[in-house]
Design a binder for this molecule. Structure first.
Ligand SMILES: *Cc1c(COP(=O)(O)O)cnc(C)c1O
Length: 392
């Protein structure tokens, strides 16, 4: 039987998509309702309001029925115009994606290449902006999921805020809702989140919000757009509706998850995710492995594979033998790292199972690569998993 078959023993511990909360699975299976009904209007209105608490913004938040990349594209097409000079921080796969997008839409794109595994240096950003005062936007991932690096978003926002015509556009897809990323306090002008990452939902929704500074550019943006035209959506939202059809099951699940998280509080939610990251780092470092990122995010952890083994095989055997999906590395990191997600519905028991299973696979691929007995591993895995906070 395939591991992908619905199976209570299966753990999806990727940095998105993630394990669903059992309640979300129930909601997704409910009968369909129409999206032009009073019932749906309530769900929609409440979600737009609650999303503001997650974004920590006073501005409106908009929902696109798209994957996260659609939300990235929305920030670009709504705020920028062809010919605009932009700076894209490229520190991994998702930075590359944004640079490709701005190029496709005709923006004069500068790439600031950061070595993989490292974070942006503020001094480098300051120098660039001094030398390129016409820069219309700086685009950056909060967490670059391909390397598990967290960039200094708060400090970047302070620097960019000194430039009245430069926007700060942030891909928060593996940060927003997983760790503190208050949009207004961090002076972010355009922020995007995605449903299948920190929002614990299936793939298919992206969330965007724009500052007042960004709205000035939205008014004059010349980039052609239709589906992602935020002015069209804004007009509909003001009437309590979405412009396009609502993806009803996803929206019902979103409505539930927002109320659920806000009921125990965003701070507690971040603490739970942080406890998973801390336990993961402690376990793997205690067995002699090292972390890949120099500035690790709390939403996922990248572990370096021992040089003697192929990280892709490590990943594959975890899935085939133990029913656990984590991610390997992409491009230059292929076979070199394992990426473990900390977002979604994860129990401490599942984390312990992952810890034990990953050592089991390593011992199979390269006997002796972990200098600890089975009993020692078990004790360590138990101790680390015990520090993980349960989802309320
Ligand atoms: C997952 C992810 C995306 C976009 O993903 P989609 O596959 O389009 O949903 C974008 N940026 C980051 C940082 C991500 O982790």
């Amino acid at each position: 039987m395939s591991v992908y078959t619905s199976n209570s023993d299966y753990s999806l511990l990727a940095p998105g998509p993630v394990n669903l909360h059992p309640r979300i699975r129930e909601i997704m299976a409910e009968p369909m309702i129409h999206h032009r009904t009073p019932e749906y209007d309530q769900i929609f209105k409440r979600s737009l309001e609650n999303l503001k608490s997650i974004f920590q913004t006073k501005n409106a938040v908009y929902i696109h029925p798209s994957t996260g990349s659609g939300g990235m594209e929305s920030l670009v097409v709504n705020t920028l115009s062809p010919g605009d000079e932009v700076l894209v921080i490229v520190s991994g796969k998702f930075g590359e994606r944004w640079a490709e997008m701005t190029e496709v839409y005709g923006m004069k794109t500068h790439r600031m290449n950061i070595p993989w595994g490292e974070a942006l240096s503020i001094a480098q950003l300051e120098t660039f902006l001094q030398q390129h005062p016409k820069t219309q936007a700086v685009l950056c991932q909060a967490c670059e999921t391909s390397t598990a690096v967290l960039h200094p978003i708060e400090a970047m926002g302070q620097v960019i805020a000194n430039y009245p015509s430069t926007l700060f556009l942030v891909d928060g897809i593996t940060a927003l809702g997983a760790l503190p990323l208050p949009m207004d306090a961090f002076r972010i002008d355009g922020l995007v989140g995605g449903s299948q990452k920190a929002f614990m939902l299936p793939t298919g929704l992206s969330f965007v919000s724009f500052s007042e500074k960004a709205w000035k550019k939205i008014e004059t943006s010349k980039t052609p757009k239709y589906y992602f035209d935020i002015k069209r959506e804004q007009k509909a939202n003001k009437k309590g509706e979405s412009f396009f059809s609502g993806p009803v099951p996803l929206m019902k699940a979103l409505d539930w998850v927002l109320q659920y998280v806000l009921s125990y509080g965003l701070r507690k939610h971040f603490e739970i995710i942080r406890s998973r990251a801390a336990a993961t780092r402690e376990f793997y470092q205690s067995v002699g492995l090292s972390l890949y990122s120099k500035f690790p995010s709390e939403s996922l952890t990248a572990i370096c594979a021992p040089t003697a083994i192929d990280g892709q095989k490590w990943r594959l055997l975890l899935e085939q033998k133990h029913n656990i999906t984590v991610m390997g590395g992409q491009d230059q990191l292929k076979g070199k790292i394992l990426r473990i997600g900390h977002m979604g519905y994860i129990t401490p028991k599942e984390m312990k199972r992952l810890f034990m299973a990953s050592v089991d696979v390593l011992n199979e691929l390269a006997p002796g690569s972990i200098a600890k007995t089975q009993a020692e591993i078990e004790t360590l895995a138990t101790r680390c998993a015990e520090k993980i906070l349960e989802v309320p």
